[in-house]
Design a protein around this ligand. Structure first.
Ligand SMILES: [Zn+2]
Length: 55
């Protein structure tokens, strides 16, 4: 369970090509105040695309 003082928030990772929300993740608000962008496999595009953080 979440530790005291931890600032991890749940985020969704959406494909920048088709806007499909393929992944969910958690990040530390303090460490990553900006939007995350990761290369992930998108089953809709059937290839690796950039996925951007959404709420
Ligand atoms: Zn896609």
């Amino acid at each position: 369970m979440a530790k005291k003082g931890e600032q991890r928030i749940v985020i969704h990772l959406a494909c920048t090509q088709c806007q499909e929300r393929t992944y969910t993740s958690a990040k530390n608000k303090k460490n990553d105040s900006q939007r995350l962008e990761l290369k992930k496999f998108c089953p809709r595009c059937r290839t690796h695309t950039a996925h951007r953080e959404t709420k």
